[in-house]
Write a protein that binds this ligand. Sequence first.
Ligand code: HGY
Ligand code: MN
Ligand code: MN
Length: 424
Amino acid sequence: MKSLNPVKTSAGVRIDPRRLRSRLDELGAVSPIPGGGSCRLALTDEDRAGRDLVRSWMVDLGLRVQVDGIGNMIATWECASGDPVMTGSHIDTVRTGGRYDGNYGVIAGLEVIETLMTAGLTPSRPMSVAVFTNEEGARFQPDMLGSLVYVGGLGVEEALDTRAIDGARLGDELTRIGYDGAFPVPGPAPYAFVELHIEQGPLLEAEGFTIGAVDGVQGISWQELTITGQSNHAGTTPMSLRHDPAYVAGAITVFLRELATEMGGNQVCTVGKIDLSPNLINVVPASALITIDVRNTDEMLLRQAEDRITTFLRDLSEREGVGIDARRLARFEPVIFDPEVVRLVESIALEHGHTVKRMPSGAGHDAQMLARVCPAAMIFVPSHRGISHNAAEHTDDVDLVAGANVLLDTMWSLTENDPNKESE
Ligand code: HGY
Ligand code: MN
Ligand code: MN
């Protein structure tokens, strides 16, 4: 993207904190769980209820709402010609979702548009807010599935045939909840994409920063391992004769922890799911299904980690006499965001008087997919104690408002920034 001159909104227009807060609480109350979070797994009835609510806000604002073939909702303020400046995120959650993950970026995007409309400011480009399908990847894999299809990184037919962890077919669920839209995918590339999101990690709060100018997203490697052994009696089977999938699942979990600790840096490894069968106290399991989530900001190191895991699994299966079948669920290389847009976020946050930290994202986001087709970047605000994917997820209102105002001026600068125009 050509060099951008920060353009202030006239008279320092700012969002309405009460409206932002009330919409976050209203959406958070859709399928609530104890502790203030929500459970809206992708394409469930709960997700539909959340979508219906957000779409009603989009329609009330007079935006043109287009639902595409993978269920992405794109709401556009058609106030000018040209490719839109797009923001947005997701409103599907993990099973133990917090109030802000994804929701905040969508609601802040609508807040930016409503604030500009109320102030009588009309951008020189259209603005749009996207709700992408199945960002979490908790029910259907991979994660960021909707935005990946939107940018042409996954064929829509293949995506529609994806099976959920509960066996449902994605396309059938999309039809069932009434969000199998007619708008074609891949969708049109926006002029630029900026996503506002909570950090979901501890750095901003621990280091005393208000805004994160996110310059990239780390690489992600997801696999599902099916471990098959010999089911047997827990009391009569000598230890030397066991082929025990539960032990193998445990050994893999320990290995991943030790690998990440040894590699250090940004290397992280997680076993998030272990399903034993038949899962009974007095039966050596027949099988174990586990997931492994491995990430690093450096692609070469991520590949090294994957190679070491593959070697470990091969040796372990021979030693324990079990089968280990790996199924790839997601694999995205690290992404670097557009330096000009990152610099714009940073300079606007500083103009607003905030402390700003440049940082990569440890979590995956839709922005990493939009970066394939347009200049993209992200804005982070702190997560209290770095907690996320947990009902206890929290960000102070003052930080939520700060981030939304940085988003407002970033989007406004992008719509008003004509490289041939003198900076004001
Ligand atoms: O897994 C992730 O990083 C994101 O929450 N989908
Ligand atoms: Mn998210
Ligand atoms: Mn998430």
